[in-house]
Write a protein of this length. Sequence first.
Length: 495
Amino acid sequence: MSPDRISRRRLLGSLGATGVVALAGCVGGDDDSSSNGGENGGTNGGENGGTNGGENGGTNGGENGGTNGGENGGTTTNPSGTLRIGVLQDYSGQLAIYGAQGTAGFYSGLAHKADSDPLSSDAVSAGDYTYSVNDIDIEIRARDTEFAPAQAQQLAQELVTQDDVDILYGVGNSGGAISVINNVVDQAEVPFIIGPAASAGITGGEGTCRDVVFRANENTAMDARSGGVYIADQTDVDQMALFGADTAFGSSVVDNYKSVLQNRGVDIVDERAVPESLEQPEWIGLLDEAENAGAQGIVGGFTATGLSGFFPAFLEGGYEFQLFGGFASRLTLGVVGQALQGALDNFTDEALQEADFGPFTTRYHWNQYDNPINDSFVDSHANTYGVVPDLFTSGAFTAASAIVQAINEEGEVSADAVVSGMTGMTVTDTPKGENGYTFQEYNNQARSEMTVAPVTVTPESQANWPAAIQPGEPIERVSADEVTIPAEDVSCDLT
């Protein structure tokens, strides 16, 4: 073993109680019925820690001034009127950082369309705010869901019945998003744009798929399918072990990896649905069996609860599997980076590669896209809030951008115009570039490309990213068509 190769036992000691937030957990939980800290984006409890101004988004919108013909989705009108939006995000719960990203990214999208500054960091909290995009007056009613499904449902009901909002946006917890759909959207027929909640089943299953429910944010299936494409097409791994929690989320991770991998000739030599309560000693036996079966790579689809047994068993066992998953947000990468710094003799990119950490997929990070819209967004975000954009900001930005585009294209400021315009829309202005997201007509889920990048040491020259590790230069682009669940594989058909 190379002197720079990480000692799994030393890493376990360095992680201590925070071991479950390491990158092995980056495919982690977004169970349809769960409200735990494992929600969204392949991260877990390590993302907790509240919200702050640093997550608050901003863009100067310089790429898109106004509502003239070609710049904003082809409209030639300049509609005027008032649109009232109920924003449901977590501002004080266990994953308030997600609420900050979901809100700030949304404000950034509005600002880009307005060619103006976004709402300030003070507005990334519960309250009532106003913002104008040309002649569209937007009244925002932001409410704190506290990352609780019951709270999200109650607040959504109040926003519809008492505040008379035209549309709802948000919810970071998939359980909360489902509750809002089944108990508020269905009764009030109010349009709902989901984000950051990421369970693939929300837009993939007939139980929650609706004509008036949209999602711009990437989902867990997109993580898994992009990872599967990369493993099959760009690595020498031809035998994989897939372990998932015995939950809807775990099943989704395993099923989507399996579908892509098998279609590309990769053998699944071990596949398990594992109780999340499984302890470390029991995991040792399962990992030994995967190794004996010839697995060269492993995916673990678990929430923080499931990883508490899986991860220490993996580290202590000295297994030679390569771990695959997805990049998390900066707080998790900060914790993991500190642990790796303490565990590696030489904290270098080469040592990280020797440790079999990555490469990983990313939904969005600031350094994965080079285009004028993203450049403007990143510069404004960093200059205003002292941190570059993070994991969920691109989807949130795109949601707001799509709302304005729909109104401009339909020539009317109304909920009906938003629904009509967003159905099948290719969103012109997004951080992933012009026309970077398209809403699928069969389920109103936006598809967009994903990237794959190595784990690298954050260079001293990189300002406004406080974590010791970050995604490196993209090594693979996985197209939107390859990462989305095809129409024939979902039980939703809105066409």
